[in-house]
Design a protein around this ligand. Structure first.
Ligand code: ADP
Ligand code: MG
Length: 241
């Protein structure tokens, strides 16, 4: 589904991503882990070209993204949902309108269809009863679940998550991870930057360990967590586990 070829990204003199070549297959769940500053967010942002790569190619469903027009790029981004650490909901709109907005405006869905779908998505994330509330009246965990529903409303083919639970109080992390786990089990292709090692172990098909702009090591979670091969991965895991 996504081919990443010799991807590089620099900000001025700071080379943040170094020659990354990887493939994401349809239905795979990849968890990207690694220390702060290693380039994880930049990597995700390059995948949907929120950051323009300095070199290399991103090929999504056969289409090269690094050389296309803004118009085409916007179309492609609709096919990749993204969820950030900060939920970025529209505070002046109730929950259901947050979820319906992009399908109505961007996809030109009709009102009735958009409402029905938004209702289903809110049910999927366990928030059917919050449709008419405003985001700031919800807990962080609930807001993040709305943000997931909003991303799903565009029928994305892949979902990118950048530390979706890092800003949450501990007691709210589980409800968001549960929604993500259900989504993974439904067959969604997902790339998840996370520090939640329990989730990574349980849900990922592959772990990609990033450090200093490289994917230093990758593997099935059982193998990676039991027997990390590189000294960097060993050191990282010894600090966090
Ligand atoms: P991570 O998500 O793993 O913590 P990031 O991708 O956010 O890492 O950052 C990797 C490096 O890239 C850091 O040194 C950061 O300062 C730098 N960086 C990220 N975004 C920008 C930007 N927009 N401009 C300049 N430097 C950036
Ligand atoms: Mg980051």
């Amino acid at each position: 589904m996504i081919e990443i070829k010799n991807l590089e990204k620099s900000f001025g003199d700071n080379q943040v991503l170094k020659n990354i070549t990887e493939v994401v297959k349809k239905g795979q769940v990849i968890c990207v882990i690694g220390p702060s500053g290693s380039g994880k967010s930049t990597f995700l942002r390059c995948l949907n070209v929120l950051e323009k790569p300095s070199a290399g190619q991103i090929i999504f469903e056969g289409q090269e993204l690094t050389n296309i027009s803004e118009v085409e790029l916007n179309k492609l981004r609709e096919r990749m949902g993204m969820v950030f650490q900060s939920f970025n909901l529209f505070p002046n709109m109730d929950v259901i309108n947050n979820v319906k907005l992009a399908p109505l405006k961007v996809k030109k869905d009709v009102e009735e269809e958009a409402s029905q779908k938004a209702g289903q998505l809110l049910e999927q994330v366990g928030l059917a009863d919050k449709a008419e509330q405003f985001p700031l009246s919800l807990s962080g965990g609930q807001q993040q679940r709305v943000a997931i529903a909003r991303a799903l409303a565009m029928d994305p083919e892949v979902m990118l998550f950048d530390e979706p639970t890092s800003a949450l109080d501990p007691e709210m992390v589980g409800e968001v991870l549960k929604v993500m786990k259900d989504l993974a089990e439904s067959g969604m292709t997902m790339i998840v930057v996370t520090h939640e090692m329990g989730f990574a172990k349980e849900v990922a098909d592959q772990i990609w360990f990033m450090d200093e702009g490289y994917i230093q090591e990758k593997g099935a979670p059982d193998e990676f967590f039991a027997n990390p091969k590189t000294s960097r991965a060993k050191e990282f895991l010894s600090k966090i586990l």
